[in-house]
Design a binder for this molecule. Structure first.
Ligand code: NAD
Length: 320
């Protein structure tokens, strides 16, 4: 069985560990936090419940070993997934410790949402084995992973990474260049920036913004994305007509563009207060439960339609 070492087991690392285990890999897990194994087992329970609903041809679950040190976890790993806090000095120190003990050829992938591979590689003696594999939460259910390399990586290393990620039921998208925050988070950052302004200016509440997304364009995005959605908005003439008609609006001063409001105490308090009201007493765990149940239902529906992520899952051999 191939072995993955999971270094850092918070929200993302525990979900990576669950994905690898449920796709038949051995997992060696290390996180120094005293409650890390409890966190992992809670996430693994959720994954065991939901993943078989989506991927119904899973191998036997792999074995989990909780390790007391990075060296112990990575010593014979085929893949290392680093998911420590988003601070460059922590990443550098952890990546150094990993590469001091893992096999020379092992790929060390970082889950970082923001740092570029070349930033992570600085100071490494084997920078050509470090890349970014950026997943989306919950990692055990969402198949997408952004693979980001840099000029020091060989094409074969990137292809090897893509093959390993495909083996755990993921759809790797390899980016053509490294940029801070990759692609998905760049798009989300633009949405966040506008949402902050809308709340700060008192135009809409967190509930109203979420309703507009969940009852409207959010439904479109899960199955057609941005470009195919607007291709249909252009009528039979398609994208060219759409861009001629609506493209100029993108330059009108509708948005705040790259201006970011100060996230001062007042704005933070306003968002937190509105978000608490919106949650109406539901705990984060209850919200996660709703999220996972909804994602599974949507993935099943997309499989029935053989479209988007559903088509991808069908091609993996899962039956609708
Ligand atoms: N949360 C998200 O939605 C999300 C999505 C994609 C990627 N990411 C990225 O994943 C990474 C982890 O984010 P998270 O949300 O899981 O954070 P988190 O705070 O939930 O987890 C970080 C974990 O790292 C552990 N840790 C700290 N120092 C360590 C060390 N020296 N060795 C091993 N473990 C150590 C902590 O104990 C903690 O459990 C970040 O780089 C983040 O940008 C997060």
């Amino acid at each position: 069985m191939p072995t993955a070492a999971i270094i850092g087991g918070g929200v993302i690392g525990s979900a990576w560990a669950s994905r690898f285990l449920l796709h038949g890999w051995e997992v060696r897990f290390h996180d120094p936090a005293p409650n890390s194994e409890t966190v992992l087992r809670k996430v693994l329970d959720k994954a065991r419940r939901w993943v078989p609903e989506v991927y119904d041809q899973l191998p036997a679950e792999g074995a989990l070993t909780v390790c007391g040190s990075i060296a112990h976890a990575v010593s014979f790993a085929d893949w290392v997934q680093e998911s420590t806090p988003e601070r460059l000095e922590i990443k550098h120190s952890v990546l150094g410790e990993i590469q001091a003990s893992c096999p020379a050829e092992t790929i060390v992938a970082s889950s970082t949402s923001g740092f570029m591979p070349s930033e992570l590689q600085a100071g490494s003696s084997r920078p050509d084995r470090i890349l970014v594999a950026h997943p989306y939460n919950p990692v055990y259910l969402l198949p997408i992973v952004e693979v980001v390399s840099s000029t020091v990586l060989a094409e074969e290393t990137v292809q090897h990474a893509e093959a390993l990620l495909s083996d755990i039921g993921m759809k790797p998208i390899t980016l053509r260049a490294e940029i801070p925050a990759h692609v998905g988070d760049r798009l989300l950052e633009a949405v966040w920036r506008e949402a902050l302004w809308l709340i700060k200016d008192g135009v809409a509440t967190t509930q109203q913004i979420d309703d507009i997304m969940t009852h409207g364009f959010g439904l479109r995005w899960a199955q057609k994305g941005l470009f195919e959605t607007y291709r249909t908005a252009g009528g039979e003439a398609g994208m060219k007509h759409f861009l001629e008609q609506f493209g100029p609006c993108l330059q009108w001063p509708w948005t705040k563009l790259t201006d970011v409001p100060d996230l001062d105490e007042e704005l933070i308090d306003r968002i937190v207060e509105q978000s608490d009201a919106q949650a109406a007493g539901r705990s984060v765990s209850e919200l996660e439960e709703e999220r996972d149940a909804n994602l599974v239902a949507m993935l099943k529906a997309l499989r029935q339609q053989d479209t988007a992520a559903g088509a991808f899952l069908n091609r993996l051999g899962a039956s609708p």
